[in-house]
Design a protein around this ligand. Structure first.
Ligand code: ADP
Ligand code: MG
Length: 295
């Protein structure tokens, strides 16, 4: 017995490492004319490393800054948290327990460590502080201008320092972006909560056409909707809790299987089981072929 074309397309997608959740998804993928990527953990490996540690003037030394920040990140599933934990481990730092942990997708985390309130996250955290040494802002600007991610550490309502994190494009990112450009006729776009410097550098490296940086989860949704109002069928690829609303808003949502947060995996219509981006053009091609057979 032969399988119906949509079912056999789903089975073939499985061989490429894509778990497609329903036949309807396969149909929607057919019309994709813009692919939109999240940055951290999706287009990048999501295995950033701490490249620089800059304590603020008169604040704890490098090891102490890293110890507090890593301890606060311990419960987080964000790729940046993994980088801080690895850096602390490499330096042989013993991490105290984190209490009252909370995380704000697209912004960062907060926790009580050694009786102190520690915030770790985007430079926007500095906006909420009474006064910040100008050198802290200068370090943030320099880190971002260098194409890296600046992570700010705040201890008891005072800026304690800045960490510079470096992440790499996934090995197949540029090839995949080129293949998707050819398939859809449009260069893919990049939506990220990270800064414009890091996003711009990655875009240049991978052939991305359009970049929007500094976005909160709801703003990613706004960008998807703007493209949809312009008549485009949007395929969104993401991994984070911060991508879940945009994955739901897109015409089709694909999550990274290995790096993906539980929420992204549940919200997405399909999952790249091996985090292999090159399965994306294969997926769209399979969907199109199935439709030709169905019609
Ligand atoms: P992306 O959209 O590229 O996947 P996110 O929205 O997850 O990035 O994060 C955006 C920014 O928010 C990060 O660049 C970082 O500054 C900050 N951030 C988010 N979560 C964390 C965290 N757990 N630790 C430190 N910084 C974080
Ligand atoms: Mg991400």
């Amino acid at each position: 017995a032969t399988m119906p074309p949509l079912l056999s397309a789903i089975a073939l997608a499985g061989r490429h490492g894509v778990l497609v959740k329903s036949a309807v998804v396969m149909e929607r993928l057919t019309d994709t004319d813009l692919v939109v990527f999240d940055k951290t953990g999706t287009l990048t490996e999501g295995a950033p490393r701490v490249a620089e540690v800059h304590p603020a003037p008169g604040r704890p030394d490098e090891a102490e800054l890293l110890r507090l920040a890593a301890a606060a990140e311990h419960p987080s599933e964000h790729p940046l948290a993994g980088a801080l934990l690895a850096a602390a481990r490499d330096r042989g730092l013993a991490l105290p327990a984190a209490h009252d942990f909370t995380s704000a997708p697209g912004r960062g985390v907060s926790a009580t460590v050694d009786g102190r309130r520690v915030l770790v996250g985007s430079p926007a955290l500095l906006d909420g502080l009474a006064s910040v040494d100008p050198s802290v802002h200068r370090v943030v600007d320099a880190v971002q201008a260098g194409g890296r991610t600046a992570v700010v550490v705040v201890v008891d309502d005072a800026a304690a320092g800045v960490l510079a994190l470096a992440d790499r494009a996934r090995p197949r990112a540029a090839v995949t972006v080129a293949a998707l450009t050819a398939l859809t006729g449009a260069r893919p776009a990049l939506l990220t909560g990270d800064n414009a410097g890091a996003a711009g550098r990655l875009a240049t490296e991978t052939g991305i056409g359009e970049v929007h940086a500094g976005l909160l989860p709801a703003e990613k949704v706004d960008r998807v909707r703007a493209h949809q109002r312009a008549g485009r069928r949007v395929l969104l690829v993401g991994d984070g809790v911060n991508d879940a609303p945009a994955l739901a808003a897109a015409d089709a949502g694909v999550a990274m299987g290995r790096h993906g947060s539980d929420l992204a995996l549940r919200t997405a219509d399909a999952v790249l089981v091996r985090d292999d981006l090159s399965a994306l053009p294969a997926l769209i091609s399979l969907a199109r072929r199935a439709r030709r057979l169905v019609v």
